[in-house]
Design a protein around this ligand. Structure first.
Ligand code: NAG
Ligand code: NAG
Length: 177
């Protein structure tokens, strides 16, 4: 009996894994699109002034009223235009978001959450895979204008391929009582 339940569960997980196409209905807000795809609302900060999405491909652009930085466990930098492809529980081909690590900025290439949820959210920053607690991303954060964008776009934005392979575990403190 237990075995049947396990197999059924596995099939369920596989089915979800295969049907990754985005859930997008007409006239939805970006919040509704995120929720319908099992993604938290706080992926984008406050100050979203518009967005466009292709309901067939899941390709989207989000327009912020300013490029800005928001504080999560570490800083995230948002360009005025963030683009990517939304699918169920994931965003791929991402551009316009960078994560700060060791005083350097890494372009975030993808974001995903586990199905069923593990309570974590994963940021693909090339060789680095950052994981944050999902609860950090429940609601959109304040996003503060950057002093000088030239400063950000300049030399301190790193190509992640230039760095040696290492992993950062950001789950510190999650298990403390
Ligand atoms: C979607 O928005 C368009 C333009 O604002 C409107 O004409 C249309 O009736 C809306 N459709 C639905 C289903 O709300
Ligand atoms: C952008 O929106 C945010 C949040 O609503 C606001 O705090 C900020 O002042 C706005 N910035 C500009 C340049 O309008």
């Amino acid at each position: 009996m237990l075995r049947i339940v396990q197999i059924a569960f596995l099939c369920f997980v596989l089915a979800i894994g295969i049907s990754i196409s985005a859930v997008i209905a007409k006239n939805e807000s970006i919040d509704e699109i995120l929720l319908a795809n099992g993604l938290p609302l706080g992926i984008f900060p406050k100050g979203v002034k518009g967005f466009s999405v292709n309901g067939e491909t899941g390709r989207f652009s989000v327009y912020l009223n300013q490029s800005c930085q928001a504080k999560y466990e570490t800083e995230l930098h948002y360009d005025e235009i963030v683009s990517g492809t939304i699918g169920y529980a994931q965003i791929g081909d991402l551009s316009g978001i960078s994560a700060q690590e060791l005083f350097l900025w890494f372009p975030v290439k993808g974001i995903r959450v586990d199905v069923p949820s593990s309570g974590l959210i994963f940021f693909d920053v090339g060789v680095l895979r950052k994981q944050y607690s999902l609860s950090l991303f429940e609601t959109p954060r304040d996003c503060v204008a950057v002093r000088s964008d030239a400063e950000f776009i300049g030399e301190n934005k790193v190509q992640s391929s230039m760095l040696p392979l290492y992993q950062v575990d950001q789950t510190l403190g999650r298990d403390t009582v």
